[in-house]
Ligand binder design. Sequence first.
Ligand SMILES: NC(=O)c1ccc[n+]([C@@H]2O[C@H](COP(=O)([O-])OP(=O)(O)OC[C@H]3O[C@@H](n4cnc5c(N)ncnc54)[C@H](OP(=O)(O)O)[C@@H]3O)[C@@H](O)[C@H]2O)c1
Length: 341
Amino acid sequence: MTELINKRWVLNKRPVGMPEDECWKLVELPVPEIEEGNILIKTLYLSIDPYMRGRMNDAKSYADPIKLGEIMTGESVGTVIESKSDNFKVGDYVCAHRGWQSYIVAPGSDRQLFRADPDIVPLSTYLGTVGMPGRTAYFGLQRVGKPKAGETVVVSAASGAVGTVVGQLAKILGCRAVGVAGGEMKCSYVTEELGFDACVDYKAGNLEGDLKQACPNGIDIYFENVGAEVSKAVAKNLNPGARIPICGFIAHYNSTNFENEETPFHVFGALDPVPEHRFFVVTEWFEEWEEATKELSNWIKEGKIKYRETVTEGLENAPQALRDVLTGKNFGKQVVKVAEQ
Ligand SMILES: NC(=O)c1ccc[n+]([C@@H]2O[C@H](COP(=O)([O-])OP(=O)(O)OC[C@H]3O[C@@H](n4cnc5c(N)ncnc54)[C@H](OP(=O)(O)O)[C@@H]3O)[C@@H](O)[C@H]2O)c1
């Protein structure tokens, strides 16, 4: 075999605010000979997710920060091109959580390797609607939001990877689904194509009034993805007994003064009475991931869950793709196409 070269993005400098190009370095290394028990995966798609920004900070969170010189964290889907493991054979498709790189060496026994089957849904979908973001919506809404038919569910970043699934799942469960998204195009996609009952454009200048109008019976569940002014507007329309799964708060991720930010915990924690709210991480339900992926795939097949993706070409453009997610330039799940299938 001609020598394969692995391209990988490593963290070069911690960002202040928006991560600029100098925060990363593209390193090229020969792909090593794989050892007994390992597999070699050629990356086809790389997932780009908001949480990656947090890992670039030298700050404590539910996961350790990436060290300087270490590979950027990220999930990808690829094809096995060499196997010295009984668990996988050449030609298998597999999802791995092993960073921004074009070739991956992993032990075939890694519990974080998941099979992908392009005959069920397209491969990139394993990074989105049936992958980590879809499962986040699935567990966060059902286990933390605890929806009952007839209730009103509001979700921010509604046209995104998590938000699209939250709203459509809310509809499947018999709820009124209201999205909050940036711009007319995203809002009309959310109502006309995804079937939400309403969508409020938070950039249109009348967030509080528009949200009140979209939720005539108040808000029972707010699935928090964004923070900032959206949380404040929601806080004024919550019903008694409301639940708030705090999934993320992307509007604060580039803050240079995070300690003084008014996060959703401050906004909802200051209400009287304090509504039920908690931060959750999708890994809380790791043991049930496969089941969730199966159910989400079935809903896609039945046409009950629709989605869209923004595909950026080339691993070298991954940093820009992350900036696009942090500024809302993505429309639906953001992925990077690393190689042809
Ligand atoms: N807890 C967990 O386990 C878990 C797992 C996955 C994701 N998450 C969280 O879920 C949220 C959504 O993630 P995703 O992967 O589905 O991303 P996404 O919604 O596909 O993309 C991010 C979206 O956030 C919105 N946004 C970006 N900057 C913003 C700002 N300053 N103010 C308001 N909105 C902004 C943009 O939509 P608009 O154009 O509509 O503003 C953008 O398209 C994030 O907060 C993420 O951290 C949490």
